[in-house]
Design a protein around this ligand. Structure first.
Ligand code: GLN
Length: 194
């Protein structure tokens, strides 16, 4: 059994935990403090509002412990706001955790299209097309050399991986397919094996 934490400060926490429960051999755990962090094999940082989550991470003294765990190889997956929190650079703002070599633009899809659904193929993650839900989503505008692009769209990069860090601009926890949760669980299982 592997223990995958869901950062439980704000945002779509319960939805991630529900999708994780559908994956064999995975036990979802809520993470609220440093003690919770020490008991997990991987972590999901959910969508929500990145400024709100970032400020609370700072207030709860979790930013540095998170950076340290990620640097020591703990797999992490940021969805939407979670992707913003993981980015090395956020256009026009200070970064938060800053561990992943990507530059992101917040609210990149503009007001009219604040939220929408699209069907896309992401071959590294699933053999069948996936429904992707975007909610006031960011995009990745630049990536470092060690970043693998998983999905490029007309607007920019919407999913990427760098070593044991995964980011998606969309919300797989809000669809009925758990392909991304299975993919991330595999990353965690592989990292645990060493
Ligand atoms: N617009 C939010 C932000 O910039 C992210 C939205 C989301 O996580 N669904 O923080």
């Amino acid at each position: 059994m592997i223990r995958i934490g869901v950062l439980s400060i704000q945002g779509s926490v319960a939805e991630h935990a529900a999708r994780l429960l559908e994956v064999d051999g995975v036990f979802p755990v809520r993470v609220r403090d440093e003690k919770d962090l020490s008991g997990i094999d991987g972590l999901i940082i959910p969508g929500g509002e990145s400024t709100a989550i970032g400020r609370l991470l700072n207030e709860f003294n979790l930013l540095q412990p998170l950076r340290d765990r990620i640097a020591s190889g703990m797999p992490v997956w940021g969805t939407c706001a979670g992707m913003i929190l993981l980015a090395r650079e956020v256009e026009g703002e200070e970064p938060w955790i800053g561990s992943m070599d990507i530059v992101v633009r917040r609210n990149a899809y503009g007001r009219q299209t604040d939220s929408f659904r699209r069907i896309e193929m992401i071959p590294s993650v699933s053999g069948i097309p996936l429904e992707l839900v975007y909610i006031r989503a960011p995009i990745i505008v630049r990536t470092g050399d060690s970043v693998e692009v998983l999905l490029r769209t007309g607007e920019g990069i919407a999913a990427a991986r760098e070593k044991s860090m995964l980011v998606t601009a969309f919300h797989p926890e809000l669809t009925s397919d758990n392909a991304f949760h299975a993919y991330f669980s595999l990353m965690v299982k592989e990292s645990k094996k060493g």
